[in-house]
Design a protein around this ligand. Structure first.
Ligand code: ADP
Length: 591
């Protein structure tokens, strides 16, 4: 990633650099101009002096008197620092204010002298070996009747100028440094003024990025940045609004999903769970958070469901079907799939709704079995009756004893049919009344009901010399419908007598345990195999069909007991050991 630098460090050095470059440029230009100005002035000065001498020297040149000229030069040179030299066109130095002309070499090739000999004012700055310092030379021609007879050269050392210029340069440099410092301060201030609101905006944007949309960027007097801050504040407000709306919608959706009885799972195209509600997770004995964003293969080890999801994802139609789960017994789950589509109607996954239909399916089976059983139970005695009646009608039986026997068989079947129909009618009435809440329960002592039920069965028990003893805690009462509860107890006692050997004992007990009242009928009869217990209370379910029929059972007794218990907001429970006996218990809420 490219290294990021702060805006301040982008702006500030460039301002500083521009200031410094400008200062250096101004200094160079100023000192250059100053030097030129000085040198021009000195050159002008030297030229003026040379012209001043022109007349005085000219008079001693024709005829030439070198000694006078030299003495004059020396005299004039004494009163000023200006060096005056007179050179003949041949280059011979005839006079010099600071030196002996006889010892001086030919000056004919000096640049200023060459210029002067051409009739111009010659000028040159160079190091003088004679005086051992840098000098400025100005040479003017001396003309007599338009003929150049000599060259007067005036010169001054420029070391002083150099020193003067150096001190000016130093002053300018100090001034420049001061200006640079002030400029640095100003540019730092300006840079900060530009960068600070931008930094504030950066901080604000970081707040927004963290999801803090209540933060607001401060106002600034910079138009562009102020406009940007306003726009960003508006954006934050809008985002806040939208996110709140989305969160509300999501919460509503979650509330709806989690309060649903049905399980709902959304899968993406990779069979990953993208949403799951509580009910669905419960079906698979897990938690939504443990299943979310994981693939179906990882968290739901059910090949039937995996196959269903795969098919649903590859199909455009809604699919449905049942799967069976084996947890705490068999559970049947009804599945229904719907495609999940995005705003472009492209499929992005599938939504599967899961319904636990174990009870519904079981009821369906029970109803189906019941219809078959009813037909069978009614048809059997009817067929028998029909057969005997026809035999009697068509007179093939003449023997009065035989006729008598046939009559009693017909009567037995009719009684059986009547018993079945009566039980069916009772059962459906109890069911209907219970559904309509038409069964009126009122507070009653249990003892009375128990005694009446035992009294009704006493005769039947006596026939088999069966003893019925009972224990009933005093003063226990419950909200009951006495005739109905009596009927339930009679059914249990009737069974206990029927399925017990002669001379055995039946214990009847009523007791209170916590906030429940338990009515139990315990016999020492044949008992019931464990495998029959879950279905014992279904209509027409019999452990031993032949025996039940022989004993006049309808197969509806226990179903009636169960419904009576339910109508009392109670339940029924059975425990039994084959060969030892059974205990049937009715649990009722105590009043
Ligand atoms: P039934 O009219 O055949 O007795 P129930 O519904 O009363 O019908 O009972 C269903 C079946 O449960 C009976 O057929 C019988 O096999 C069994 N059963 C009920 N009570 C007892 C009991 N006390 N001892 C042994 N088996 C019983």
């Amino acid at each position: 990633m490219k290294k990021k630098r702060r805006l301040l460090w982008q702006l500030y050095p460039s301002y500083l650099l521009i200031t410094l470059i400008s200062l250096v440029a101004v200094t160079i230009y100023a000192t250059g101009s100053l030097r030129e100005f000085y040198l021009d002035r000195i050159a002008g000065d030297l030229r003026a002096r040379a012209y001043l001498l022109e007349k005085q020297i000219l008079q001693f040149l024709g005829p030439l008197d070198t000694n006078i000229v030299d003495a004059l030069c020396k005299e004039l040179g004494k009163s000023s620092t200006t060096r005056i030299t007179v050179i003949l066109p041949s280059g011979t130095v005839i006079a010099d204010s600071h030196d002996d002309p006889n010892r001086m070499d030919s000056h004919g090739l000096r640049p200023e002298v060459i210029q002067a000999k051409k009739g111009n004012v010659g000028k040159s700055i160079r190091f003088s070996t004679t005086l051992q310092q840098r000098m400025m030379y100005v040479a003017v021609p001396l003309s007599d009747h338009k003929r150049i007879v000599a060259v007067i050269r005036t010169s001054l050392p420029v070391t002083a100028i150099d020193e003067k210029l150096k001190s000016i340069e130093t002053q300018i440099a100090f001034g420049g440094l001061l200006i640079a410092l002030v400029a640095a301060g100003i540019s730092l201030y300006v840079s900060r003024r530009i960068s600070r609101p931008i930094e504030k905006m950066k901080e604000g944007a970081e707040h927004f990025a963290r999801g803090d949309f209540l933060h607001r960027l401060p106002e600034t007097d910079l138009e562009e940045i102020g406009g940007l801050a306003d726009a960003m504040n508006q954006m934050a407000a809008q985002l806040d609004d939208r996110i709140k709306t989305i969160i509300n919608q999501r919460n509503e959706l979650e509330a709806v999903l989690s309060s649903m009885e049905e399980g709902v799972i959304a899968f993406d195209m990779d069979e990953q769970i993208i949403s799951i509600n509580q009910a669905a997770a419960r079906i698979f004995e897990s938690m939504p958070k443990d299943m979310l964003n994981r693939s179906i293969q990882e968290v739901i080890r059910n090949p039937e469901l995996q196959q269903f999801v795969t098919q649903a994802l590859s199909s455009t139609d809604n699919l449905e079907g049942d799967i069976t789960l084996y947890r705490e017994g068999e559970r049947i789950i009804y599945l229904h799939s719907t495609s999940l589509r995005d705003s472009n109607s492209d499929q992005i996954g599938v939504l599967v709704v899961l319904n636990d239909v174990t009870r519904v399916r079981r009821l369906e089976n029970i109803r189906r079995d019941f219809a078959a059983n009813v037909s069978h139970e009614i048809k059997t005695p009817l067929t028998a009756i029909k057969g005997f009646v026809e035999t009697l009608l068509y007179g093939s039986v003449k023997n009065p004893e035989e006729i008598e026997r046939f009559h009693s068989i017909i009567e037995k079947h009719v009684n059986r049919l009547t018993a079945i129909l009566e039980d069916l009618i009772s059962l459906s009435r109890i069911e209907q009344d219970d559904e309509k809440k038409a069964i009126k329960l009122w507070k009653n002592p249990i003892k009375n009901v128990l005694q009446t039920a035992i009294g009704s069965c006493r005769e039947q028990a006596d026939l088999k010399e069966i003893t019925i003893d009972y224990v009933c805690e005093e003063n226990i009462s419950a909200l009951i419908d006495p005739p109905l509860l009596e009927r339930a107890l009679v059914n249990l006692l009737d069974n206990a007598i029927k399925y017990s050997e002669a001379e055995s004992t039946i214990h009847v007990e009523a007791k209170q345990k916590n906030d429940e009242i338990i009515l139990s009928v315990k016999d020492q009869g044949c008992g019931i195999g464990k495998e029959h217990l879950p279905r014992l209370f279904e209509r027409f379910y019999r452990v031993d069909k032949a025996r039940s029929r022989k004993l006049g059972g309808t197969g509806l007794g226990l179903a009636i007991v169960k419904h009576i218990a339910q109508a009392h907001e109670g339940r029924i429970h059975v425990e039994s050991t084959p060969g030892k006996g059974s205990t049937f218990e009715i649990y009722l809420p105590s009043a």
